[in-house]
Write a protein that binds this ligand. Structure first.
Ligand SMILES: C[S@@+](CC[C@H](N)C(=O)[O-])C[C@H]1O[C@@H](n2cnc3c(N)ncnc32)[C@H](O)[C@@H]1O
Length: 202
């Protein structure tokens, strides 16, 4: 993985939630599985208090020096385990995200409005990572809004899969959208759940 002079992910504020230590990549290994299988050309990260996940996807999907990562975040420090706006959050001028990843597109908005913008502009993603407001209704809305912007073979990865609210939202989503199924789960760190359309990766 390219590191581009940034600080090691194990030093990031949100490293523990992803099970990352100086000796283990934790959940990043699971996220990488989909990259290896799917080789996503467009990644959407919804919510990222530290920029860790957008930087990770930029690194692992960097093909010939180019990556396609969009970060959609409302900068609400108090929600979704977000950090108060400041040096340990993501959007400050001296952050690794700003210094080393100038091509990560940042949409500073709630997921509701930001995803509507992406839907209305027919933008498609092979990989959608959901980690914003973790209450069930918000997660469910983020999942439903992902359908029109997810490519056919695309994957949706949810962080904090150990939370009941996140898990319940996923269950409700796949009950309603029967063409989707859970394709991978891990309880490392705060846990992850990945879903995709049933016909993919049998
Ligand atoms: C826990 S942080 C995610 C941290 C992430 N796991 C990481 O490693 O950087 C949750 C983020 O969701 C954002 N957020 C909360 N509610 C949101 C909403 N309704 N729409 C968009 N972003 C939201 C917050 O601004 C915060 O940055």
């Amino acid at each position: 993985m390219r590191t581009r002079n940034r600080a090691p992910f194990s030093q990031h504020h949100f490293s523990a939630g992803h099970g990352i230590t100086s000796k283990s990549n934790g959940l990043l290994e699971h996220y990488s599985d989909f990259i290896t299988k799917n080789k996503p050309s467009a990644n959407l990260v919804i919510g990222s208090g530290s920029g860790l996940i957008p930087m990770f996807f930029a690194d692992v999907t960097n093909y010939e020096g180019r990556y396609n990562v969009t970060l959609l975040d409302a900068g609400i420090g108090s929600v979704g385990f977000g950090h108060p706006w400041g040096n340990l959050g993501w959007a400050y001028s001296d952050s690794d995200l700003y210094k080393f990843y100038p091509d990560i597109r940042i949409i500073y908005s709630t997921s509701t409005l930001g995803m509507l913008y992406l839907i209305n502009n027919n933008q498609l993603f092979d990989n959608i990572f959901i980690d914003a407001n973790h209450s069930e209704s918000f997660v469910l809305e983020d999942l439903e809004n992902s359908i029109p912007i997810l490519t056919k073979a695309g994957v949706i990865i949810l962080h904090d899969g150990n939370l009941k609210s996140v898990r319940d939202a996923v269950i409700k989503f796949i009950e309603k959208n029967e063409d989707f199924r859970i394709v991978s789960e891990s309880s490392i760190g705060a846990g992850m759940i990945a879903i995709c359309r049933k016909e993919i990766w049998n």
